[in-house]
Ligand binder design. Structure first.
Ligand SMILES: [Zn+2]
Length: 56
């Protein structure tokens, strides 16, 4: 399983909706996933090999 398909299975921790992927910065593989209802946002930062999470 590659990273992208793993990411696409994630859900909002608040409403359990599937997170929407916004690959606006594909050059750096910078992936932002967010709740369609705007509760939650998760950013994958390749240079840190980790995530930053935002609760709204
Ligand atoms: Zn939500």
């Amino acid at each position: 399983m590659d990273l992208i398909s793993k990411l696409t299975q994630e859900k909002c921790p608040i409403c359990k909706d599937t997170l929407i992927t916004n690959k606006s910065n594909t050059l750096f593989s910078h992936i932002i996933k967010s709740c369609p209802k705007d509760h939650y946002e998760k950013e994958f930062i390749p240079s840190l090999e980790g995530y930053v999470e935002h609760y709204k």
